[in-house]
Design a protein around this ligand. Structure first.
Ligand code: ATP
Length: 393
């Protein structure tokens, strides 16, 4: 942002009918998106889904094959990168090593001949809680501190739109968690529009007001983090954002409020309003932490779904919770997360168990079951090992 555009607050970003084709490869099939001013928006998806390409299009580092880009209602599609009211914070901080922290932050302001650059730089450094280190050089700071300087250097320009490209990727896990909360609170303080791309679902859920889950150059689902997590509409979203138990079977009964699906002889009910399809074969899902394990058959009623009996094939303790894998004949393997409330669990490897859940927590997917994967694609090694043991038995 060097043309003197100085936004007092964030601006809307609109992507209209964006298509991007590289020689021999289509990176973005079709993208229509409006990000409201002042929001923290995350584009979330696996490697290669088109996130960075989207960011580069907005920054003006790539041109769309077709479509329009508007910032604050003004078309910028054909503007050069430096003409756009946009700043980017990358994973690599790219600070000037020979300058102090203060000089790094004031650099852009000085270049644009803005008034009182040092005062403004101090103000932003106070915001990221680094003003006391203003006279240090970047190499005398920790990774997290350097990342905050990079953020301060971008924010001081008050761009209408701040682009964040995996900005916390180089930090260790603990620092990353801390920075997630700080970044969110800084965004709330400055009120700028943040567009953040990441493949880290926890990072997106912690920080963003709205998440768009991208897959193969398209947005699969968009919404508030909790909404996406509680009601995923596709198997991809159900498994990319957390883990899900998914079952497929024919719909055997439909009422105005619920549909019942036959899963290998077990009847599973899903609220009508939470199912994307209501006829034929459908895939239904339930999150692992919504399941309760029982050592005796529990009572099934309209509000409670029950599955079983099955057998526990793996138990893994992770501190706050214990993960159980339960094999139910004809259905497959289910994952259960149980909070560690009791000092000792009453369920052990090899036990016969039933599973129950509140019917209101289930969801039905819009995918054609013939194409939807039944289990999470990112199963951990213990899960895979337990599955192999079962197959070998
Ligand atoms: P990552 O998280 O790995 O950065 P991403 O979701 O950001 O992934 P992009 O960098 O947007 O993915 O790339 C999307 C697809 O477009 C990839 O398959 C990539 O190989 C392809 N692609 C990106 N840039 C080019 C290019 N200049 N020429 C050809 N193909 C490209």
């Amino acid at each position: 942002m060097t043309d003197g555009t100085f936004a007092e607050s964030g601006a809307d970003l609109e992507l209209v009918g964006i298509h991007k084709r590289f020689p021999g490869f289509t990176a973005i099939e079709e993208l229509d998106l409006t990000i409201p001013a002042g929001s923290f928006f995350a584009l979330l998806g696996p490697s290669g889904c088109g996130k960075t390409t989207t960011l580069r299009l907005v920054a003006g580092l790539e041109s769309p094959t077709s479509g329009q880009i508007l910032i604050g209602g003004k078309e910028v599609t054909n503007q050069k990168s430096f003409q756009r009211p946009v700043n980017t914070v990358f994973q690599s901080y790219a600070l000037f090593p020979h300058m102090t922290v203060l000089e790094n932050v004031a650099f852009g302001l000085r270049r644009r001949k803005m008034a009182a650059p040092l005062d403004k730089a101090h103000e932003v450094l106070r915001l990221v809680e680094l003003d006391h280190l203003a006279n240090r050089r970047p190499q005398q700071l920790s990774g997290g501190q350097q990342q905050r300087v990079a953020l301060a250097r971008a924010i001081v320009n008050r761009p209408a739109l701040l682009l964040l490209d995996e900005p916390l990727g180089a930090l260790d896990l603990k620092l990353r968690r801390q920075m997630q909360l700080e970044l969110k609170s800084i965004q709330e303080d400055v009120g700028l529009t943040f567009l953040h791309v990441t493949h880290d679902q926890e990072e997106a859920m912690t920080m963003a007001d709205t998440i768009a889950v991208m897959n193969k150059g398209r947005i699969e689902q968009m919404g508030a983090p909790q909404e996406l997590y509680e009601l995923p509409k596709t198997a991809f979203v159900a498994n990319f954002l957390g883990q899900s138990n998914l079952f497929t079977g024919p719909v055997v009964n439909t009422t105005s409020s619920a549909i019942s699906v036959d899963i290998a002889g077990q009847k599973v009910t899903v609220p009508r309003a939470r199912a994307q399809r209501a006829t034929g074969n459908i895939t239904v899902g339930i999150r692992p932490e919504k399941l309760t394990l029982h050592t005796a058959k529990p009572k099934r009623d309209a509000a409670t779904s029950v599955m079983g009996p099955g057998r526990v094939v793996d138990v893994s303790f992770s501190g706050v919770s214990t993960q159980y894998l339960v094999h139910v004949p004809g259905v497959g393997q289910l994952i259960v997360f149980a909070q560690n409330i009791a000092l000792e669990s009453h369920v052990r490897d090899g036990d016969e168990v039933w599973l129950s859940w509140a019917t209101s927590h289930g969801f039905g997917l819009e995918d054609d079951p013939a194409e939807a994967p039944r289990f999470s694609p990112d199963l951990d090694t213990r899960t895979i090992a337990a599955q192999r043991r079962l197959e070998d038995a």
